[in-house]
Design a protein around this ligand. Structure first.
Ligand SMILES: Cc1ncc(C[n+]2csc(CCOP(=O)(O)OP(=O)(O)O)c2C)c(N)n1
Ligand SMILES: [Mg+2]
Length: 325
């Protein structure tokens, strides 16, 4: 198992706190109608999953994301200013403002796309892993998806193909207990999604998705075996979505008592506590990280706000490959 160094804990903490501040800022901007469209899905409360998994990856590894993908991309190393600009639909964004929140990606960071189609990534990830094999590299592909997506046909197709061809994919089910407004117990008969791994004869593991260290350890194990050519695994990380399904969702299908429980499972505060109590980091180190991140996210916001709107004349060039029409 990888060693828990001060550097690693700092990295995990910085990452989770960056996702939290970034998304709180996106939520604020959405409330001020500064984000085009309304389909912005936030992962506040789920930061430990993206962070713990991506910390186990190399820079040249791939991730395939979902409609709730800001955290995944930040954790994979994308720049917050270009991400904020993309979400605000600006020319300086990663996809020149044409992708927005749900299609945000940074190929340089190893992102193979967020996706508005629930479950689509499950059949993209084996393709990326096959490409790594054909190119003779040991790059690993992580496929993030939700509990709802685990009922899509693509889940079964993707896991079956990856298992049969022994591909280097780590399937990470971010189980936040809901597929939109439907609680897990009403959309599937099983309690642990990792049980489904048995159907493909691959390892399946359920971890506490609010515990970044547990996620990191499980992911490191799955990534290492995938890298060695030992094939895919299914990790289920059980977590909580604190905000509505998307920014305009009034979230009235969950009780106030249920929502009041969220904070008690905060992954950011949990790592803070464990790091200080375990003598790994001091409160002043944590404070310094928070203030650096606050500044970074503020800079990202100003950069995005001050950036140019895209010009519609450019659109045809961005739709067809090869430049001009
Ligand atoms: C193929 C498809 N079906 C339905 C939808 C509408 N939809 C968007 S998100 C969502 C729920 C997804 O739940 P889950 O996979 O658990 O992800 P979460 O939103 O909880 O992160 C649905 C049904 C869609 N975008 N694509
Ligand atoms: Mg879900």
């Amino acid at each position: 198992m990888p060693e828990l160094t001060e550097e690693l804990i700092m990295r995990l903490y910085r990452n989770m706190y960056t996702i939290r501040r970034f998304e709180e800022t996106v939520s604020e901007l959405a409330g001020m109608a500064m984000i085009p469209g309304f389909m912005v899905h936030l992962s506040v409360g789920q930061e430990a999953v993206a962070t713990g998994v991506c910390a186990a990856l190399r820079e040249d590894d791939y991730i395939v994301s979902t409609h709730r993908g800001h955290g995944h991309l930040i954790a994979k190393g994308a720049a917050t200013d270009k991400m904020m600009a993309e979400i605000m639909g600006k020319e300086t964004g990663y996809c020149r403002g044409r992708g927005g929140s749900m299609h945000i990606t940074s190929v340089e960071a190893g992102g193979l796309g967020a996706n508005g189609i629930v479950g689509a990534g499950l059949v993209i990830a084996p393709g990326a892993a096959l490409s790594a094999r054909m190119r003779g590299t040991d790059q690993v592909t992580v496929c993030f998806f939700g509990d709802g997506a685990s009922n899509q046909g693509t889940f079964h197709e993707g896991l079956n193909l990856a298992a049969t061809w022994n591909l280097g994919v780590v399937f990470v089910c971010e189980n936040n207990g809901y597929g939109y407004s439907t609680p897990q117990r009403l959309h599937q008969s099983i309690g642990r999604i990792s049980q489904r791994a048995a159907a493909y004869d691959i390892p399946g593991l359920t971890v506490d998705g609010n515990d970044v260290l547990e996620v990191y350890h499980a992911a490191s194990w799955a990534v290492e075996r995938a890298r060695k050519g030992e094939g895919p695994a299914l990790l289920e990380a059980v977590t909580l979505r604190w905000m509505g399904h998307y920014v305009d969702d009034d979230d009235d299908y969950r009780s106030e008592e249920e929502k009041a429980e969220f904070r008690a499972h905060c992954p950011v505060e949990r790592l803070e506590r464990e790091a200080v109590e375990g003598g790994l980091l001091s409160t002043s180190q944590l404070e310094r990280i928070r203030s650096e991140v606050d500044e970074e996210v503020e800079r990202a916001r100003s950069f995005a706000e001050e950036s140019e709107e895209p010009s519609p004349e450019d659109d045809p060039r961005l739709v067809f490959s090869g430049g001009e029409l």
